[in-house]
Design a protein around this ligand. Structure first.
Ligand SMILES: *Cc1c(COP(=O)(O)O)cnc(C)c1O
Length: 411
């Protein structure tokens, strides 16, 4: 049997062919008018994609580089910051803030859950200078309430800047940075924007830019103010990942085309796509008797599933790979063996989703221990559940309307 390799991983995600062609053709120097035209176009597109009037800074690094920049640029040693965490990426904020000498308060929820806003309110102090959180926690498949946290900071009249790692949130969940009052929104290239790893971007509010005038943690390569100055001239401070930037331009063109030429509408379509296929996947695995790891606040970016009691999730990961070349992910860190994760962000469609569900049924059928642990297994159970979800799905008018308003406001 031919087995086409397919990624179902929450970064890197499948590549858009048009972006691959653009990358292969990007034989240009970065201090030329050609590059400046490309860079300015992509920065303008990114702003529309993020849905913000704020400047967007593009950096040649993985997502964590932009996370680090939003700690090193926005804090000084000894600053009190609040981290909201419920997984591996939340823990990364804590580690980063500690590395830069911050005093870190933490609101923690168990893996698979989201934190309570009451606890956030209680942990917020007058001196809190920054709040760090994820929009979606990729290690557990949870969606957090960014708007809830933003509202809470507003009502508490907090001075804190709100920094959101939306690396898997952008393009999978509705975020209105400007209206909600998010100060920094971080994205990464290998997630919903369908290109390889290596670029990160941040939208930065006026309040956050002002904050940077007074903070003094060390920074050099990741100096956001320097990048902003250079971006105004159509350049980056150092040699940028030129090919990835060309790929990003092509990918944003594609996303705009999905929205009839409008990037805000295209992003809303991308969110709707992830919402639909993640709902199909949740219905499919539940119909097979699996338990969802995050049933209360599931992210559309990635679905985390528990293996049957006493079984190692690695069996499913391994069988999907060896039999069908379908690459899903195991649990991260100490969750390895206890979870398997299937991504829905970016360049995935209905057929990808149906195929993977069919392959999962084959894996269960052919693995006696799995079939025994999922009583009542029958071919088609998961597929039927997913088909019903798809057929019953109405386009999410609310999200589309919100995107349209944003597009109008941005004009
Ligand atoms: C992928 C990801 C990151 C960034 O990881 P890198 O490996 O540095 O790109 C950060 N936060 C979340 C939520 C992610 O999914």
């Amino acid at each position: 049997m031919i087995r086409k390799t397919r990624l179902f991983t929450p970064g890197p995600t499948p590549l858009l062919p048009a972006a691959q062609f653009a990358m292969a053709a990007a034989d240009i120097h970065h201090r030329t008018p050609e590059f400046r035209a490309l860079y300015q176009r992509v920065l303008a597109q990114l702003k529309e994609f993020v849905g913000s009037k704020n400047d967007v800074i593009l950096m040649s690094c993985s997502g964590t580089g932009a996370m680090e920049a939003s700690v090193s640029n926005l804090t000084s040693p000894g600053d009190r910051v609040l981290v909201l965490t419920a997984g591996k990426f939340g823990e990364r904020w804590t580690a980063l803030a500690k590395a830069y000498g911050c005093q870190v308060d933490v609101v923690e929820a168990p893996y698979g859950k989201t934190f309570s806003l009451d606890e956030v309110r209680a942990a917020l102090k007058l001196e809190t200078r920054a709040v760090y959180m994820q929009a979606t926690e990729t290690s557990t498949g949870v969606r957090h309430d960014v708007k809830g946290v933003a509202d809470l900071l507003k009502s508490a009249k907090s001075e804190a800047v709100l920094v959101v790692d939306a690396i898997t949130g952008l393009g999978t969940t509705h975020i209105d940075m400007d209206a909600w009052g998010v100060d920094v929104l971080v994205g990464g290239s290998q997630k919903a924007v369908m290109i390889p790893p290596g670029l990160a971007y941040l939208a930065v509010s006026d309040k956050a830019w002002e904050r940077m005038e007074a903070t003094y943690n060390p920074r050099y390569y990741f100096d956001l103010r320097k990048e902003r100055k250079n971006a105004q001239k159509g350049e980056s401070a150092y040699t940028p990942a030129v090919a990835l930037i060309a790929g990003l331009g092509a990918a944003l063109d594609y996303i705009a085309a999905q929205g009839g030429g409008d990037l805000a509408t295209g992003r809303a379509q991308l969110v709707e796509n992830a919402e639909t296929i993640s709902a199909m996947m949740r219905a499919a695995v539940s119909a097979l008797g699996f338990k969802l790891f995050a049933p209360e606040s599931p992210a559309a970016a990635v679905t985390a599933v528990l293996p049957p009691e006493g079984m190692d999730s690695g069996v499913i990961v391994k069988e999907l790979k060896s039999r069908f070349a379908a690459v899903i992910t195991n649990g991260q860190g100490e969750m390895k063996g206890h979870l398997f994760r299937i991504a829905h962000l970016g360049y995935f469609d209905y057929l990808d989703t149906i195929s993977l569900i069919g392959a999962l049924e084959q894996v269960i059928y052919a693995t006696p221990a799995l079939a025994a642990a999922l009583p009542g297994f029958e071919f088609g159970k998961a597929l039927v559940a997913a088909q019903k979800v798809f057929a019953g799905r109405k386009p999410n008018q609310a999200a589309l309307d919100a995107a349209e308003q944003l597009a109008v406001a941005a004009k």
